[in-house]
Write a protein that binds this ligand. Structure first.
Ligand SMILES: [Zn+2]
Length: 159
């Protein structure tokens, strides 16, 4: 079996935003789901299976990611993924959401999402389209850059 790996959402949000902002939670769920659908070589959330049974066994999810996906299950059905090698007729559909009012819309590939919210009258919030997530980069094992002597010095015990 291929080596197991974790998945990271994309979008540049902080863990605090993911924990507390409902719009960020939606965009993060969409980012994760798009990658998972693609990794499973399916087109839609429904094809992947609610229980994620279509996922290759080496794809690992953290508990908060599983929770996030379950929380937005209804919205994730809007997504459609275009697979490598599919022709121009294959359409991809992402999710875009307003950071101001939290409304969301389906955004087909090749269409431009307006920068200002078109969903709520009078709302000037910024629209954000969820990018597909990706595999978490493996941690790099680098040599310790500190000189060895630093390890022998404890400033707390000086003087
Ligand atoms: Zn809005």
């Amino acid at each position: 079996m291929a080596a197991p790996f974790y998945v990271d959402p994309k979008g540049g949000f902080t863990p605090e935003e993911v924990a507390t902002d409902p719009t960020v939670r939606l965009l993060t769920a969409a980012s994760l789901a798009m990658y998972l659908i693609k990794r499973a070589k399916r087109h839609t959330w429904a094809e992947l299976g609610r229980d994620l049974s279509g996922l290759p066994g080496n794809v690992l999810l953290e508990p908060w990611q599983v929770e996030l996906l379950a929380e937005h299950d209804d919205v994730l059905h809007v997504l459609r993924v275009k697979l490598t090698g599919e022709g121009p007729d294959a359409q991809a559909v992402a999710i875009a959401a307003c950071r101001g009012c939290g409304s969301w819309m389906a955004a087909a590939s090749g269409t431009t999402v307006p920068s200002k919210c078109p969903l709520t009258l009078g709302c000037t919030g910024v629209m954000v389209k969820a990018p597909a997530g990706g595999p978490r980069p493996a941690p790099k094992l680098l040599p310790d850059p500190r000189p060895a002597t630093v390890l022998d010095t404890d400033p707390g015990e000086q003087g």
